[in-house]
Design a binder for this molecule. Structure first.
Ligand SMILES: [Zn+2]
Ligand SMILES: [Zn+2]
Length: 294
């Protein structure tokens, strides 16, 4: 019998009005922590969050626990590096089982891939006269070092003035982004872990990103894609109209996310998106969305 004096394990708001379904913590390349995110979200009236670190779910349990006293529900999520027909994209997964062995094994392999590469790059940087001081950059210790940790360390150690310079040095030292899953494999993995697969920011087209065309979306849908992140700070009004109408026409889920990487990081600011805009996705995650008249 449960203890009547304890609050329920997962307080779910009876009716959800405001959400933000895409953000990052120091587990990947973000700065939102268990201390900063819950109060900032509550100040905006956000009731449901989805921490979606790159190729990692290990930060989610602590964020669920940290948000509980604020009455904020955290949907277990992750942003997976994928490729479809040789083009790289990001894919969000929502509602995954955080203990799913295949999911954890996959991310363990990705982590090991980058850790080996990054420790070799740390050695190479030292060899080139740019030793990184772990006292200044503790993130370069241990067995979970990724490229963005090296980038931050180069800036913290004074070898690079900005991210662009730091990436150049990291690449010269032999570390490059490269680990990603075929989209079909990633979708199967997410479905196997009980989640849904949503293409992230498909309208992003700056260097390093390829916008997803209708033809690409047709192929992704055939591969099992469940939804589209229609609302994102980098999407133009034209992007939103196109992706929303595509999703509605094909009965796909719609997501809203700020993709915020930390407090005050304009233009990707923590945002209270109307839950009604991603009603089906929230309902798929077991939440009840307030009606439009509420
Ligand atoms: Zn992304
Ligand atoms: Zn992201």
């Amino acid at each position: 019998m449960s203890n009547p004096f304890l609050p329920p394990a997962l307080p779910r708001p009876r009716l959800v009005h405001w959400v933000d379904l895409h953000m990052h913590s120091p587990v990947s390349d973000g700065f939102w922590t268990t201390e900063t995110l819950p109060p900032a979200a509550r100040a905006l009236g956000i009731q449901v969050l989805a921490l979606a670190d790159h190729d990692e779910v290990v930060g989610v349990p602590a964020m669920i626990a940290a948000c509980r006293p604020y009455g904020i529900t955290v949907i277990p999520a992750v942003e997976i590096s994928i490729f479809f027909q040789t083009v790289g994209y990001h894919m969000l997964a929502y509602g995954v089982d955080l203990g799913n062995a295949a999911l954890l094994d996959t991310f363990n392999r990705g982590r090991a891939y980058y850790n080996t590469m990054c420790h070799a790059a740390i050695d190479e940087l030292a060899h080139r006269g740019q030793p990184l001081d772990p006292a200044k950059s503790p993130q370069i210790l241990g067995d979970a070092v990724k490229i963005y940790h090296l980038v931050a360390a180069l800036i913290e150690n004074g070898y690079a003035a900005n991210m662009s310079q730091a990436y150049g040095l990291v690449n010269q030292a032999g570390a490059h982004y490269g680990w990603s899953l075929p989209m079909e494999e990633a979708i199967a993995l997410v479905h196997g872990a009980g989640g849904v697969a949503v293409i992230a920011h498909p309208g992003r087209a700056e260097p390093g990103f390829t916008a997803a065309t209708a033809a690409a979306l047709d192929g992704m849908r055939a591969a099992g894609l469940d939804g589209i992140e229609c609302f994102h700070p980098y999407h133009t009004a034209t992007n939103v109209a196109f992706y929303e109408s595509y999703a509605q026409h094909h009965g796909m889920l719609i997501s809203c996310g700020s993709d915020t990487h930390g407090p005050g990081q304009s233009p990707r600011m923590l945002t209270a998106w109307p839950a009604a805009d991603c009603r089906a996705l929230l309902e798929r995650c077991g939440l009840t969305v307030a009606g439009e008249d509420c």
